[in-house]
Write a protein of this length. Sequence first.
Length: 277
Amino acid sequence: MSGRRLRGSLLFGALVALVVAYSLGPYAWTLLTSLKTERELYQFPVTYLPHAPTLLNYVHVFSGNPFGRFLLNSCIVAVTSTVCCLFLATLASYAFARLRFPGSRILFIAILTVAMIPLITVIVPLYVLVRDLGLLNTYGGLIGPYITWSLPVAIFILTAFFREIPRDLEEAAAIDGCSRVETLFRVIAPLAAPGLVTAGIIVFVNTWNEFLVALTLTSSTEMRTITVGISLFRGEFAFPWGVISAAVLLATVPIVVLILLGQRLVVRGLTAGAVKG
């Protein structure tokens, strides 16, 4: 290996290491914080590694707060929103990819435009609408808005996949007696599994991490999602940073597991969605 290639490889490796450190640094700091005692957190000079690692903060997450309820609420809302969003996005994406109808292109652009609207600009009318429908402090009041704001991205990803699937497969399914709906769910959807997984993970992560809508549309402890619940952790005289750090790490576990399970399909899905269509 020549000297120039060696220097280039070392530089590339250093850049990769720097990016990885920059990305994982906050999580490492949060982990170390969660293992410290409250006294060590406030002592000076600052200690970077805990002198006596403890798991008491993780115990306090569940013993001092209804963390299990927050976790359950987020699971119900995120899973339901993801499933409903994927079902609706599959139908809409197939229509945009295969059917020709007047105004389809304009409608597709209009749907994508919704994704560009900042959520904070419509939070007040959204609150009024949900209140008038009697859906405040309910799962339905959260799931409806989440589906609405997640649909454009899911439709964009799935439309790119459906357009790349050969039409010959649909014609063969039609000859075998399948209706268009049967063809979609028995033939097309399985072939678009990378796109479905990618869209599903994106919708799930966005819903799981969402804060503003959950804070605005819920006020009772029983209906708080995990992001809002963690933000409301309080101490007697100071913020319990150790407990908050432990809760944050526990809240990221479902997302990490989900991404690890669908990693390969996600990479394929994002690549195809970026270059196809």
